[in-house]
Design a protein around this ligand. Structure first.
Ligand SMILES: *Cc1c(COP(=O)(O)O)cnc(C)c1O
Length: 388
């Protein structure tokens, strides 16, 4: 029988890395030593004290049973305490915090709670590809709001057409931003709260990178803006802060009714995160400063090496204050895709073409510095020798 795919998956654009992967494998077959700076997935292991907490939790039979869908109360308390200490934001662990099986899970499910067929879901373009996909999975119409270099990669919310604003139920924003590495300050978040309350649009702020910041810079939480909890939620994750991408533990915080809405979806879809992982998450959050500066220092050093290489290669970039990416402009006369293909076939370097993050990513490419410093140095040497 020929299995019919639902239009929601049949109509999806091809997976961002599929084409690059095919080409990369072809190169490897030819014997080329490929340096892949594509995916943002930390190479440094999870800190030992977190692994130890997992081991203890894994041995307790209490943790072998179904967890609660909203997360253990002690995990939600640890999240609330961390938000208080880190951002001076008050959260009620019983109503304003929910555990997630990775923030991707929460982001992908959120539109099911807030979008009806025919509603518009706004998202920053370029951005994490899950935003538009999850909006359309919910039957909504994704509408990309450009984030452009001339506006420091912040969206011009007032430029969103009136008819779109009227139909929009939510907007996905993300600062510090993947892929552009841009950051947002208090003024911007205040404008976002205004925009949300005037237009009745739920803010879904993805804050995965607030802890990966350089030169002493400390990114803000959206919830620090006055009135933010009335209009929005924030997604956060242990993945990037603690090098725990494989563990699948994260959380959403903020507006009570919105958190309850996500909870309603989750009770019908999953059964929560493994409790031993939640215990490890508690220990991580309670000791979040432990080793963090050392981890940041490694990413900062790699950022500096890569940016210096771009300077020498004559390529323009947005100097990253945060995240472990570098977002740079491709040489004039080439599209993002042409540039990344050329770089792979002539120099064996994999970068992500900017248009993979949305139409406004055209003209850019992204590298991730989540690979050994030695590899980054090698990549820079090859990049400088490439003729465009
Ligand atoms: C990595 C990433 C996430 C998701 O991380 P999880 O591992 O699913 O918690 C979410 N948003 C952005 C922008 C990311 O880069």
């Amino acid at each position: 029988m020929d299995v019919k795919w639902a239009s929601r998956i049949a109509g999806l654009p091809p997976y961002l890395f599929a084409e690059i992967d095919a080409k990369k494998n072809e190169m490897i077959k030819k014997g080329v030593e490929v340096i892949d700076l594509g995916v943002g997935d930390p190479d440094i292991p999870t800190p030992d004290f977190i692994i130890e907490a997992l081991k203890v939790g894994a041995e307790d039979p209490e943790n072998h049973r179904y967890p609660s869908y909203q997360g253990m109360r002690s995990f939600r308390v640890a999240v609330a305490d961390w938000y208080k200490e880190r951002f001076n934001v008050d959260l009620d662990p019983d109503t304003e915090v929910i555990a997630l099986i990775g923030s991707k899970e929460g982001i992908a499910h959120a539109p099911l709670a807030f979008i009806d067929p025919g509603d518009v879901g706004l998202f920053a373009d370029p951005g994490y590809p899950v935003y538009p996909t999850s909006i359309s999975f919910a039957g909504g119409e994704p509408y990309g709001v450009p984030i452009l270099k001339e506006n420091d990669f912040l969206p011009d919310l007032n430029a969103i057409p009136e008819d779109i604003r009227k139909r929009a139920q939510l907007i996905f924003l993300n600062y510090p931003n993947n892929p552009t590495t841009a950051v947002a300050e208090e003024e911007f978040f205040k404008d976002v709260v205004d925009f949300a309350s005037k237009n009745n649009i739920l803010i879904c702020h993805d804050a995965a990178y607030t802890e990966i910041a350089f030169d002493g810079y400390s990114p803000l939480s959206f919830l620090q803006a006055d009135g933010a909890k009335d209009v929005g939620i924030e997604f956060h994750s242990l993945s990037k802060t603690f090098n725990m991408t494989g563990w699948r533990i994260a959380f959403a915080v903020g507006n009570k009714k919105a958190i309850a809405g996500i909870g309603k979806i989750k009770t019908n879809i999953d059964s929560g995160a493994f409790q031993a992982v939640q215990y490890a998450g508690i220990v991580a959050l309670q000791n979040y400063k432990s080793g963090l500066q050392d981890r940041i220092q490694i990413f900062q050093e790699r950022r500096d090496i890569f940016c210096k290489g771009l300077d020498e290669a004559g390529l323009k970039y947005h100097f990253p204050k945060a995240t472990f990416y570098v977002w740079f402009e491709v040489p004039e006369g080439l599209t993002s895709k042409e540039f990344s293909s050329k770089l792979l076939s002539e120099s064996g370097i994999v970068v992500t073409p900017g248009n993979g993050f949305g139409e406004y990513g055209e003209g850019y490419a992204r590298v991730s510095t989540t690979f050994s410093t030695e590899r980054i140095i090698q990549a820079v040497e090859r990049l400088k020798e490439t003729k465009f």
